[in-house]
Ligand binder design. Structure first.
Ligand code: GLU
Length: 561
């Protein structure tokens, strides 16, 4: 991050101020924002400074991210929100995931390759992010929708400076598949826009202003809805690739309040996202499967130790096998959650693990998934917390920019099974079903100790989210690492039940060799894994902290009480 950028300097100034004041004894009541992009954090601070609640900050961050990190999330996509209300100690989970249109069918991807399917309208789910933000605002918001949109409108209208992660993403071929996207992501000479250049998005500013004036109705039932329906007829796969979303699908979109998923681990209460995410289930399963190995704190088990990584890979493989068979939208097939999370079942699973030896082969792998998306996390002055994972699935979603409106449509429906699996005892839990939601891995998570909230985090990264959130949980709860130290550790990610494992380049080659010697299928990833945005509170001092991942343009802002 170049220190010459004036807005960034201002941000660093705010951050440093927060640090200094902490040293001089302020302990409670700070608001903290962690996002993967500096201007998004500023948008959240803008909302809080105007008396907004954490949900107002989350709304402002989400709209700003649509402008400054459009490759990862936006109104054309979907999101999961986990909300903790300090006054009542209640946690709420809001599912604003995309939904399959009514005319979708289980075999709609069967004859299409992943790339052509995911860059055609057939991959576009009915977007949920705007409806989700609105549901949160209606329940707890203090600012108007127009206020929450203001920082994003300003960023889109006046332009933003391209940050390193955006510059990297702009090079993706998906940003240039359609003429409108090409025009947006290239400069006047037709060159890919680069780091440090100013980027204005007048069409997106227009869209956000329309929403500010007319409310979400213009998006779900008005001119924007009509434009989306037309845009998702775009196909790179012939007529079979045309989207089937109708005006009726858009008009009926509803986010769903769900009962959060909870687990106990070493005296901590972990609250995370339930299905249609598989993320929370898999993280809780893997933690419990590993628990017997942790209780005696055996030597050689600790962050980065080969035995620890080996066992974690094995526990994740078991979770991935369950995920492939049982996880999907609960509206589609019953999910045996009680069994999957029962202490008895997980104790049995633990017994399958061997400290030095890899288990035999299990179920086949899962389908390709993005390594994109975004996580942001906020605690406001009153201690209300919002942890959000928000996505358009692949980078730039489907690559379809809604003409005249300047935002990208998601490719979320490729998170369904691309080939139907139902039959021969398989429930086909994640087969495409009309009006159902594709299985996700996104796992915004909250941790409590003795009834007190202590941390909130999550990560992007498709199926690798599960490993990243698990590793962060282990680092905090088993190792008591500081969040800074936890974020710096090399990551690894189990991608399927066979155990195909990605590792970051920073993982020591000797450790990689030891894993391979035990038969693990390890690939060194070209790109970093995940991007964790964490905020938390020290239960003794009530000091609040935030940490943002430097794998992207992570930024923390702390606001004094
Ligand atoms: N679509 C993925 C999911 O819901 C997220 C994609 C990503 O993180 O890149 O799990």
């Amino acid at each position: 991050m170049s220190p010459n950028w004036p807005r960034f300097r201002k941000q660093m100034g705010q951050w440093l101020l927060g640090m200094i004041v902490t040293q001089y004894g302020w302990s409670a009541g700070e608001a903290v924002i962690a996002t993967s992009q500096p201007l998004a954090a500023e948008a959240g601070a803008w909302a809080l400074e105007r008396g907004g609640d954490a949900v107002d900050a989350a709304a402002a961050i989400q709209f700003a991210l649509n402008v400054v990190e459009p490759q990862s999330s936006g109104i054309g996509g979907g999101a999961f929100f986990l909300v903790y209300r300090a006054a009542t100690h209640q946690v709420y989970a809001l599912d604003a995931r995309e939904v399959a249109p009514r005319d979708d069918t289980p075999d709609q991807f069967s004859h299409l390759g992943y790339l052509e399917a995911s860059t055609s309208g057939i991959a576009v789910g009915v977007p949920g992010t705007l409806a989700g933000v609105e549901a949160l605002r209606q329940r707890w918001g203090r600012l108007t929708l127009a206020q929450s949109l203001q920082p994003a409108i300003d960023d889109a209208q006046k332009g933003i400076v391209i940050t390193p992660y955006l510059a990297h993403s702009l090079q993706s071929s998906r940003a240039a598949l359609q003429p409108e996207a090409l025009a947006l992501t290239r400069d006047v000479q037709g060159q890919v826009r680069t780091l440090g250049q100013r980027w204005i998005q007048p069409e997106l500013a227009h869209t956000l202003r329309l929403i500010a004036r007319a409310g979400p109705k213009v998006f779900y039932q008005g001119e924007i809805a009509r434009a989306m329906v037309t845009a998702q007829r775009r196909t790179r796969a012939g007529p079979a690739g045309q989207g089937r979303m109708s005006l009726e699908d858009l008009a009926h979109y509803q986010p769903v309040w769900r009962t959060p998923l909870e687990g106990e681990y070493r005296g901590y209460r972990i609250v995370t996202m339930p299905p249609p995410s598989s993320g929370g289930v898999a993280v809780l399963q893997a933690l419990q499967t590993l628990a017997p190995f942790k209780l005696g704190t055996l030597p050689g088990l600790g962050a980065g130790d080969p035995d620890e990584i080996h066992l974690t890979i094995e526990a994740l493989r078991l979770a991935m096998a369950d995920r492939a068979r049982w996880l999907g939208d609960p509206a589609a097939t019953p999910i045996p959650l009680e069994h999957l999370l029962s202490p008895f079942y997980l104790a049995q699973q633990s017994q399958r693990l061997e400290r030095k030896k890899r288990m035999g082969d299990m179920l086949s792998g899962t389908w390709p998934e993005g390594t994109n998306t975004t996580q942001f996390t906020v605690v406001d002055h009153e201690g209300n917390v919002v942890s959000v994972t928000s996505t358009v699935e692949a980078p730039w979603g489907s690559g379809i920019l809604v003409p005249g409106y300047g935002f990208f449509l998601n490719s979320e429906l490729t998170d369904f099974n691309l080939k139907p699996q139902a039959g021969a005892g398989d429930p086909g839990a994640n087969d495409v079903r009309p009006q159902c939601r594709p299985r996700s891995s996104m796992a915004p998570t909250l941790v409590f100790k003795d009834g007190q909230w202590i941390s909130a985090y999550g990560s992007p990264g498709g199926v690798s989210i599960i490993s990243t959130v698990l590793e962060m949980s282990q680092d905090f709860l088993d190792e008591a690492l500081t969040p800074e130290a936890a974020l710096r550790l090399p990551r690894y990610a189990v991608m399927d039940a066979q155990g195909h494992t990605l590792v970051e380049k920073t993982l020591a080659p000797a450790v990689v060799d030891q894993l391979r010697a035990r038969g693990h299928d390890v690939t060194v990833s070209e790109i970093p894994l995940g991007s964790v945005q964490w905020v938390g509170e020290n239960p003794q001092t009530h000091e609040r902290l935030g940490v943002a991942d430097q794998r992207r343009d992570g930024t923390v802002i702390r606001l004094l009480p």
